[in-house]
Design a protein around this ligand. Structure first.
Ligand SMILES: [Zn+2]
Length: 244
């Protein structure tokens, strides 16, 4: 499914009310000055990235946001028996489907870590209901991937491979900034990120697990979802997670 890209930068429009064209003839003079769609979210631009970088040179910022982790199950096992080409084709397709789902819900595809992706919602594009947006993105990831998986595993000769996706989501205040000395990395850190990552680990293939905070914020979207207690690594008290 092709992505519907925004014609102007959503970040610049929302924060400064400046229409920065991202596509077509109008964007040409902008591109000469290096202003182009961001690789983390093509509906925002490189000015947006630069703004964050500048803010963060002096200090990190704390934001209320939602973090999503999606992980391709069984990838590591499979990579021991398959060709590197087949495996990278699989991973590219997985990243593509995740990116499309995340961008359609105005999230930032912050990182790809091996066979997992990490996304942040409510930054830089603001959404009052960012927790719900993340849940919608997670469902879209599951739908897109299950539609794509079969033909992909067939064409790559991986028939019978399991390859479901586990997703974890958590909301709250986190720090966004440039961390690391040798390798400067624009990213989010904090307990919210850790718990989202742990929720993802607890999710089975095909499952989406969200925290109490996400459950409360997402409202009717998660009405009737079942909760279970999990003992997550690094967290002393048991954590309640809801299936979305
Ligand atoms: Zn912008």
């Amino acid at each position: 499914m092709p992505l519907r890209h925004s014609r102007i930068c959503k970040g610049c429009w929302q924060q400064m009310h400046v229409p920065v064209p991202l596509h077509g003839v109008l964007s040409v003079p902008f591109r000469i000055f290096g202003i182009r769609p961001s690789r983390m979210n093509p509906n925002t631009c490189t000015i947006c990235e630069l703004m964050f970088t500048k803010v963060m040179r002096t200090r990190k910022i704390n934001i209320d946001a939602t973090v999503l982790f999606a992980d391709l199950r069984g990838y590591t096992n499979l990579s021991q028996s398959q060709s590197p080409d087949a495996m990278s084709g699989l991973l590219d397709a997985f990243y593509d489907e995740c990116a499309s789902a995340i961008w359609e819900c105005d999230g930032l595809l912050n990182k790809t870590i091996g066979d997992a992706v990490m996304a942040v919602f409510n930054f830089p594009i603001k959404h009052g209901d960012h927790a719900r947006q993340a849940v919608l993105a997670a469902r879209a990831i599951q739908q897109r991937w299950s539609a794509r998986r079969k033909s992909l595993t067939d064409s790559l000769g991986l028939a019978g491979a399991d390859l479901g996706v586990g997703v974890g989501i958590h909301s709250g205040e986190l720090s966004f900034g440039e961390f690391g000395r040798s390798h400067r990395d624009l990213t989010a850190i904090g307990t919210v990120v850790n718990l989202a990552s742990r929720a993802q680990t607890a999710a089975a293939a095909g499952e989406i697990l969200v925290t109490q905070a996400v459950y409360e914020r997402a409202g009717p979207e998660l009405a009737g979802s079942r909760a279970h207690q999990f003992q997550l690594k690094g967290f002393e008290a048991p954590t309640m997670l809801y299936a979305a």
